[in-house]
Write a protein that binds this ligand. Structure first.
Ligand code: IPE
Ligand code: IPE
Ligand code: MG
Length: 222
Protein backbone atom coordinates (compact mmCIF):
# COMPACT_ATOMS: atom_id res chain seq x y z
CA UNK A 1 0.00 0.00 0.00
CA UNK A 2 1.26 3.45 -0.88
CA UNK A 3 2.12 5.82 1.91
CA UNK A 4 0.37 9.15 1.76
CA UNK A 5 2.38 12.23 2.71
CA UNK A 6 0.89 15.07 0.75
CA UNK A 7 -2.43 15.79 -0.98
CA UNK A 8 -2.82 18.91 -3.15
CA UNK A 9 -6.09 20.45 -4.31
CA UNK A 10 -6.97 22.69 -7.24
CA UNK A 11 -10.33 23.75 -5.88
CA UNK A 12 -12.00 24.81 -9.10
CA UNK A 13 -15.67 25.49 -9.82
CA UNK A 14 -16.72 27.94 -7.09
CA UNK A 15 -17.80 30.63 -9.53
CA UNK A 16 -19.90 28.31 -11.67
CA UNK A 17 -21.50 26.82 -8.54
CA UNK A 18 -22.59 30.27 -7.29
CA UNK A 19 -23.93 31.21 -10.71
CA UNK A 20 -25.85 27.95 -10.99
CA UNK A 21 -27.60 28.83 -7.74
CA UNK A 22 -28.31 32.35 -9.10
CA UNK A 23 -26.37 33.87 -6.24
CA UNK A 24 -23.29 35.06 -8.07
CA UNK A 25 -19.70 33.80 -8.26
CA UNK A 26 -18.66 35.11 -4.86
CA UNK A 27 -21.29 33.04 -3.09
CA UNK A 28 -19.51 30.00 -4.52
CA UNK A 29 -16.21 31.17 -3.03
CA UNK A 30 -17.94 31.68 0.32
CA UNK A 31 -19.29 28.11 0.23
CA UNK A 32 -15.92 26.79 -0.91
CA UNK A 33 -14.37 27.73 2.43
CA UNK A 34 -16.68 25.27 4.22
CA UNK A 35 -15.34 22.45 2.07
CA UNK A 36 -11.76 23.47 2.90
CA UNK A 37 -12.54 23.30 6.63
CA UNK A 38 -14.06 19.82 6.28
CA UNK A 39 -11.13 18.51 4.25
CA UNK A 40 -8.66 19.81 6.84
CA UNK A 41 -10.60 18.11 9.67
CA UNK A 42 -10.76 14.84 7.77
CA UNK A 43 -7.07 14.98 6.87
CA UNK A 44 -6.18 15.37 10.55
CA UNK A 45 -8.33 12.33 11.37
CA UNK A 46 -6.69 10.32 8.59
CA UNK A 47 -3.23 11.49 9.71
CA UNK A 48 -2.34 12.98 6.32
CA UNK A 49 0.80 14.98 7.15
CA UNK A 50 0.48 17.75 4.50
CA UNK A 51 -2.34 19.23 2.45
CA UNK A 52 -2.03 22.03 -0.08
CA UNK A 53 -4.79 24.24 -1.44
CA UNK A 54 -4.43 26.36 -4.59
CA UNK A 55 -6.14 29.53 -3.38
CA UNK A 56 -5.07 32.25 -5.81
CA UNK A 57 -2.91 32.00 -8.92
CA UNK A 58 -0.63 34.65 -10.43
CA UNK A 59 -3.10 34.63 -13.36
CA UNK A 60 -6.15 35.23 -11.15
CA UNK A 61 -5.26 38.97 -11.12
CA UNK A 62 -7.01 39.03 -14.52
CA UNK A 63 -10.37 38.68 -12.71
CA UNK A 64 -12.59 41.66 -11.83
CA UNK A 65 -11.34 43.70 -8.89
CA UNK A 66 -14.51 43.02 -6.93
CA UNK A 67 -13.95 39.25 -7.09
CA UNK A 68 -10.27 39.57 -6.15
CA UNK A 69 -11.19 41.74 -3.16
CA UNK A 70 -13.86 39.29 -2.12
CA UNK A 71 -11.37 36.42 -2.21
CA UNK A 72 -8.76 38.31 -0.18
CA UNK A 73 -11.37 39.41 2.36
CA UNK A 74 -12.54 35.83 2.68
CA UNK A 75 -9.02 34.75 3.61
CA UNK A 76 -8.65 37.62 6.10
CA UNK A 77 -12.03 36.82 7.64
CA UNK A 78 -11.20 33.13 7.85
CA UNK A 79 -8.08 33.79 9.93
CA UNK A 80 -9.83 36.48 12.01
CA UNK A 81 -12.48 33.99 13.02
CA UNK A 82 -10.58 30.71 13.01
CA UNK A 83 -6.94 31.35 13.94
CA UNK A 84 -7.43 30.40 17.60
CA UNK A 85 -9.07 27.16 16.58
CA UNK A 86 -6.36 26.53 13.98
CA UNK A 87 -3.70 26.93 16.70
CA UNK A 88 -5.57 24.64 19.14
CA UNK A 89 -6.05 21.96 16.48
CA UNK A 90 -2.30 21.67 15.91
CA UNK A 91 -2.42 23.01 12.35
CA UNK A 92 0.73 24.57 10.97
CA UNK A 93 0.07 27.16 8.27
CA UNK A 94 2.57 27.42 5.45
CA UNK A 95 2.25 29.76 2.46
CA UNK A 96 3.72 29.34 -1.01
CA UNK A 97 3.63 32.13 -3.57
CA UNK A 98 4.64 35.74 -3.95
CA UNK A 99 3.02 37.14 -0.84
CA UNK A 100 5.18 40.23 -0.50
CA UNK A 101 3.23 42.02 -3.24
CA UNK A 102 -0.20 41.30 -1.71
CA UNK A 103 -2.22 44.09 -0.07
CA UNK A 104 -0.94 44.89 3.42
CA UNK A 105 -4.01 43.62 5.27
CA UNK A 106 -3.89 40.10 3.89
CA UNK A 107 -0.11 40.00 4.18
CA UNK A 108 -0.39 40.81 7.89
CA UNK A 109 -3.06 38.20 8.41
CA UNK A 110 -0.99 35.51 6.67
CA UNK A 111 2.19 36.42 8.55
CA UNK A 112 0.38 36.29 11.88
CA UNK A 113 -1.10 32.88 11.08
CA UNK A 114 2.34 31.52 10.12
CA UNK A 115 3.90 32.90 13.31
CA UNK A 116 1.22 31.66 15.68
CA UNK A 117 1.16 28.15 14.22
CA UNK A 118 4.84 27.58 13.56
CA UNK A 119 5.32 25.09 16.39
CA UNK A 120 2.28 23.00 15.49
CA UNK A 121 2.89 19.44 14.41
CA UNK A 122 -0.37 17.68 13.62
CA UNK A 123 -0.69 18.73 9.98
CA UNK A 124 0.78 21.27 7.59
CA UNK A 125 -1.86 23.23 5.71
CA UNK A 126 -0.06 24.77 2.81
CA UNK A 127 -1.83 27.62 1.00
CA UNK A 128 -0.78 28.62 -2.50
CA UNK A 129 -1.56 32.33 -2.70
CA UNK A 130 -0.41 34.48 -5.60
CA UNK A 131 1.32 31.31 -6.72
CA UNK A 132 2.56 30.57 -10.22
CA UNK A 133 4.70 27.58 -10.98
CA UNK A 134 6.57 29.01 -13.98
CA UNK A 135 7.59 32.04 -11.95
CA UNK A 136 8.67 29.75 -9.14
CA UNK A 137 10.89 27.70 -11.46
CA UNK A 138 12.47 30.78 -13.10
CA UNK A 139 13.27 32.19 -9.67
CA UNK A 140 14.72 28.88 -8.51
CA UNK A 141 17.00 28.87 -11.57
CA UNK A 142 18.14 32.41 -10.84
CA UNK A 143 18.87 31.53 -7.23
CA UNK A 144 20.80 28.43 -8.33
CA UNK A 145 23.21 30.72 -10.21
CA UNK A 146 25.73 28.68 -12.21
CA UNK A 147 25.09 25.41 -10.45
CA UNK A 148 21.81 24.37 -12.04
CA UNK A 149 20.84 20.77 -11.31
CA UNK A 150 17.83 18.86 -9.94
CA UNK A 151 18.84 19.50 -6.37
CA UNK A 152 19.66 23.18 -6.71
CA UNK A 153 16.29 23.86 -8.32
CA UNK A 154 14.29 21.74 -5.85
CA UNK A 155 15.84 23.46 -2.89
CA UNK A 156 15.09 26.93 -4.25
CA UNK A 157 11.40 26.34 -4.91
CA UNK A 158 8.76 27.59 -2.45
CA UNK A 159 8.21 23.93 -1.60
CA UNK A 160 11.84 23.32 -0.63
CA UNK A 161 10.87 21.88 2.77
CA UNK A 162 7.93 19.80 1.55
CA UNK A 163 7.73 16.43 -0.17
CA UNK A 164 6.10 16.38 -3.63
CA UNK A 165 2.34 15.78 -3.63
CA UNK A 166 1.34 12.11 -3.82
CA UNK A 167 -2.17 13.03 -4.93
CA UNK A 168 -3.50 16.01 -6.87
CA UNK A 169 -7.26 16.51 -6.91
CA UNK A 170 -8.77 19.04 -9.31
CA UNK A 171 -12.50 19.58 -9.09
CA UNK A 172 -14.60 21.51 -11.60
CA UNK A 173 -14.34 19.19 -14.60
CA UNK A 174 -11.35 20.77 -16.36
CA UNK A 175 -8.33 18.59 -17.03
CA UNK A 176 -5.49 21.06 -16.73
CA UNK A 177 -2.89 22.24 -14.22
CA UNK A 178 -3.33 26.02 -14.59
CA UNK A 179 0.29 26.78 -13.66
CA UNK A 180 0.22 24.74 -10.46
CA UNK A 181 3.29 22.85 -9.17
CA UNK A 182 4.55 21.89 -12.64
CA UNK A 183 7.85 20.66 -11.21
CA UNK A 184 6.46 18.98 -8.10
CA UNK A 185 3.73 17.00 -9.89
CA UNK A 186 6.10 14.98 -12.09
CA UNK A 187 5.06 11.66 -10.47
CA UNK A 188 1.86 12.64 -8.69
CA UNK A 189 -1.34 10.58 -9.07
CA UNK A 190 -3.85 13.01 -10.60
CA UNK A 191 -7.60 12.87 -10.03
CA UNK A 192 -9.83 15.11 -12.17
CA UNK A 193 -13.28 15.30 -10.60
CA UNK A 194 -16.35 16.61 -12.41
CA UNK A 195 -18.05 18.00 -9.30
CA UNK A 196 -17.68 21.71 -8.60
CA UNK A 197 -15.60 22.47 -5.47
CA UNK A 198 -18.54 23.40 -3.17
CA UNK A 199 -20.12 20.02 -4.00
CA UNK A 200 -16.96 18.03 -3.21
CA UNK A 201 -17.69 15.72 -0.27
CA UNK A 202 -15.60 13.96 2.37
CA UNK A 203 -16.78 10.74 0.83
CA UNK A 204 -15.26 11.74 -2.54
CA UNK A 205 -11.99 12.45 -0.75
CA UNK A 206 -12.04 9.07 1.02
CA UNK A 207 -12.70 7.21 -2.23
CA UNK A 208 -9.71 8.89 -3.88
CA UNK A 209 -7.42 7.97 -0.99
CA UNK A 210 -8.57 4.35 -1.10
CA UNK A 211 -7.89 4.24 -4.85
CA UNK A 212 -4.48 5.89 -4.42
CA UNK A 213 -3.39 3.37 -1.78
CA UNK A 214 -3.67 0.47 -4.22
CA UNK A 215 -2.17 2.14 -7.32
CA UNK A 216 1.14 0.70 -8.49
CA UNK A 217 3.51 3.64 -8.62
CA UNK A 218 6.45 2.98 -10.90
CA UNK A 219 8.51 6.17 -10.97
CA UNK A 220 9.87 4.94 -14.30
CA UNK A 221 10.71 1.47 -13.04
CA UNK A 222 8.54 -1.63 -13.60
C1 IPE B 1 -12.20 28.71 -7.56
O1 IPE B 1 -12.97 28.44 -8.62
C2 IPE B 1 -10.80 29.06 -7.92
C3 IPE B 1 -10.29 30.28 -7.28
C4 IPE B 1 -9.63 31.20 -7.94
C5 IPE B 1 -10.50 30.49 -5.85
P1 IPE B 1 -13.27 29.46 -9.80
O2 IPE B 1 -13.47 30.83 -9.26
O3 IPE B 1 -12.22 29.35 -10.83
O4 IPE B 1 -14.64 28.90 -10.33
P2 IPE B 1 -15.02 28.64 -11.84
O5 IPE B 1 -14.00 27.71 -12.40
O6 IPE B 1 -15.01 29.96 -12.53
O7 IPE B 1 -16.37 28.02 -11.76
C1 IPE C 1 -7.07 27.42 -10.90
O1 IPE C 1 -8.34 27.71 -11.29
C2 IPE C 1 -6.62 28.39 -9.82
C3 IPE C 1 -7.13 28.15 -8.48
C4 IPE C 1 -7.91 27.16 -8.14
C5 IPE C 1 -6.69 29.09 -7.48
P1 IPE C 1 -8.65 28.74 -12.47
O2 IPE C 1 -10.12 28.78 -12.58
O3 IPE C 1 -7.95 30.03 -12.24
O4 IPE C 1 -8.00 28.02 -13.73
P2 IPE C 1 -8.26 28.28 -15.28
O5 IPE C 1 -8.02 29.73 -15.55
O6 IPE C 1 -9.68 27.90 -15.55
O7 IPE C 1 -7.31 27.38 -15.98
MG1 MG D 1 -11.98 28.18 -12.49
Amino acid sequence: MNKLNHVAFIMDGNGRWGQKKNKGRNFGHFKGVEVVKKIVEKSIKLKVPIITFYVFSTENWKRPKSEINFLFNLIIKYFDQELNRVVLNGIKINIIGKINILPIKIKKSLKESIKKTKKNKKIIVNLAINYGSRDEIVNACKKSKKKINLQSISKNLYTKNLPNPDILIRTGGRKRLSNFMLWQLAYTEIYFINKLWPDFKINDFEKIIIDFKRVKRNFGSI
